[in-house]
Design a protein around this ligand. Structure first.
Ligand code: ZN
Length: 134
């Protein structure tokens, strides 16, 4: 598995409209659009910063993973996503290293990326996403 870059940092927020003024007006980042990812029950806003992005995640449903994360931990950094050259190979590699995967098969995330999460119990408490984007 080859990591190409830090693709984005996922941040859980209760409300995108409330979170945006900090990132846009204080930090000076320009939102590059929002998207709803039904499967993940999230509304996502991307804010490019250099070669990577801040991904703001608002839950669209109380049962979604982001709602549950906020309930447990409050708002804040939720995951780190690393761009890899080949997601299937990345999953196979992680499993071969003894990592527990949340996703044994790639699924689709925002922007049509193929993604898979490593279980944070395997990665020292950090929710790691690997992502392949063409
Ligand atoms: Zn992500």
């Amino acid at each position: 598995m080859k990591i190409l870059k830090l693709d984005h940092i996922g941040i859980a927020v209760k409300d995108l409209d409330e979170a945006l003024p900090f990132w846009r007006d204080v930090m000076g980042l320009e939102p590059a659009g929002t998207e709803i990812v039904e499967e993940q029950k999230v509304k996502v806003a991307f804010l490019p910063v250099g070669d990577t992005e801040i991904e703001l995640l608002e839950s669209t449903d109380d049962s979604g993973p982001i709602a549950r994360f906020i309930e447990k931990n409050g708002e804040g950094v939720q995951h780190l996503a690393f761009r890899v050259d080949d997601i299937e190979e990345g999953i196979a590699y992680m499993k071969a290293q003894g990592m527990r995967m949340i996703d044994e098969k790639p699924r689709y995330g925002a922007g049509g990326a193929k993604i898979a999460f490593v279980h944070p119990k395997s990665s020292k408490g950090v929710l790691v996403e690997i992502s392949e984007r063409k």
